[in-house]
Write a protein that binds this ligand. Sequence first.
Ligand code: NAP
Length: 207
Amino acid sequence: MHELYPKASTHLVPLDVTDKALAKKLSSVTDERIDVLINNAGLALGREKAQSARFEDWEQMIETNITANFRLAHTVLPWMLRNGGGDIVNLCSIAGHYTYAGGTVYCATKHAVKAFTRALREETCGKNIRVMQISPGMVNTEFSTVRFGGDTQAAEKVYAGMTPLMAEDIARMMTFMLEQPRHVVIDEIITMPMDQGSPTTIARSLK
Ligand SMILES: NC(=O)c1ccc[n+]([C@@H]2O[C@H](COP(=O)([O-])OP(=O)(O)OC[C@H]3O[C@@H](n4cnc5c(N)ncnc54)[C@H](OP(=O)(O)O)[C@@H]3O)[C@@H](O)[C@H]2O)c1
């Protein structure tokens, strides 16, 4: 990344993206200049059907995946416009394209991200702001452990007998998007592991 932006400096600021005072806190550490927003924070909680899901989980997914994601864009966009441009990469999901039982609200949040990305892309057209999105299938991160409330055995089962994507695969694709010449916008990358054909079609070799 530093090759792309040789003058870039890095500040690590641990923040809760659902904090309503996020804009103020960010503005004090960034001097209201952000060239690249990677809107990554997000989570799925639970795989229960709607009638037995915890409503608090739904609220947390909506607050993180939708409200906080949109708040970050709302904060950063005026700065990008004022500073002459920037790049926004939203973390969507194949759950923004498909739906599956046990994923009502997670899928709904990612469909919302997809709609927001598309509309923002239209609004910023011609303003030197590239709005892009990456929509992965199964990536072996903390995602499933978080989804199953810290139950690592349940999380391991998600990837049993198949080869998932790794975080590095997504980072490499993001870098590819950002490294394109300024006139090139990769609207979206939809990516799944070889062993996955849809959220529910997974090839496993189980002993
Ligand atoms: N893994 C997959 O299969 C998959 C597939 C499609 C899309 N995605 C999307 O990819 C993105 C990254 O997920 P991941 O797979 O890397 O899962 P992960 O390993 O659980 O990482 C999620 C990240 O989001 C951060 N986060 C969650 N809530 C936050 C909050 N309120 N404030 C600040 N940070 C918060 C977490 O920070 P802490 O660690 O500090 O909590 C963590 O860094 C998410 O948007 C997810 O929906 C993942």
